[in-house]
Design a protein around this ligand. Structure first.
Ligand SMILES: [Ca+2]
Length: 274
């Protein structure tokens, strides 16, 4: 019995050594490395910003969507009984047009394609379509779940719903084409809110956080993070309502800069990231 135990023990040790040799050899083989590349995701870069311009913002507006198009700024503002659409001349900041919405609607993210504005609703599960000139309602399309942020890349709608996922949807049917999870290395970022597609990336507010994320649209990896605390401090005093959060991103390609603001803020800011 004793000899048998020793034999088993020797066999086990030999097996272990052989396994170890095989493992070490395979790790050093180039073919192994080629077949199974181990990609280390770089951590997101910290983005700095400079303020190029400041403009007045109506502090009654619960800003949900913000976009720039052809010299105009378009804004959707939420809350039940107070939801509305507004258009401003971006240069003069003059109000061009506004449209109040049904008391049953809590307006959310906004995007523009051709001459139509597309508005998400928080819990009504419908995408509302408006004429971009006169802001008159045209039609609506249903979807499932909550609506938060909305933008587009010319091929798809890009939508958030308060989770860490971003959905790409068909421009005609609003069907989901694909989805990505937004993460910095392996850490997912929840509560993605207002969105903007610009410079080949998706830019996102994160609800109740000071961050604007720059996201690779294919992988969902965060490639840049901007801490906007400097602006938030000007509008949030300690002990104040947590409603006055950073929200709203609109890209002005002629200036290569972004208009950013917050809910119930008295100002918006044109900032350039580097
Ligand atoms: Ca936007």
């Amino acid at each position: 019995m004793k000899m048998a135990r020793i034999n088993v023990s020797i066999t086990m040790s030999a097996l272990l050594v052989v396994t170890l040799i095989l493992l070490l050899t395979s790790l050093s083989l180039p073919s192994f490395a080629q077949k199974q590349p181990y990609q280390v995701q770089a951590a997101a870069k910290k983005l700095k910003f400079e303020i190029i311009k400041e403009a007045k913002h109506d502090k009654r507006l619960f800003t949900q969507g913000l976009l720039f198009n052809d010299g105009n700024l378009y804004e959707s503002s939420g809350l039940y009984g107070r939801s509305r659409l507004r258009v401003y001349n971006a240069k003069s900041n003059a109000l061009v047009k506004q449209q109040g919405l049904s008391r049953r609607i809590f307006a959310e993210g906004l995007t523009k394609i051709d001459n139509e504005l597309y508005l998400l609703t928080w819990k009504a599960s419908k995408l509302m379509v408006f004429n971009a000139n006169d802001l008159q309602f045209k039609r609506s399309m249903p979807y499932q779940g909550e609506g938060w942020g909305l933008t587009n890349n010319g091929k798809h709608f890009i939508m958030s719903n308060g989770s860490a996922q971003i959905f790409f949807r068909d421009l005609k049917s609003f069907e989901i084409i694909k989805k990505i999870t937004v993460k910095n290395r392996w850490r997912a970022y929840n509560k993605l809110n207002e969105l903007e597609y610009a410079q080949g990336h998706i830019w996102a507010n994160v609800w109740q956080s000071p961050f604007i994320l720059k996201i690779a649209p294919d992988s969902g990896q965060i490639v840049g993070i901007a801490d906007m605390s400097e602006l938030i401090k000007r509008h949030q005093r300690s002990g104040q309502s947590q409603e006055k959060v950073l929200n709203g991103i609109a890209y002005d390609p002629s200036k290569e800069a972004f208009w950013v603001t917050g809910k119930l803020w008295s100002k918006r800011y044109l900032v350039r990231y580097r």
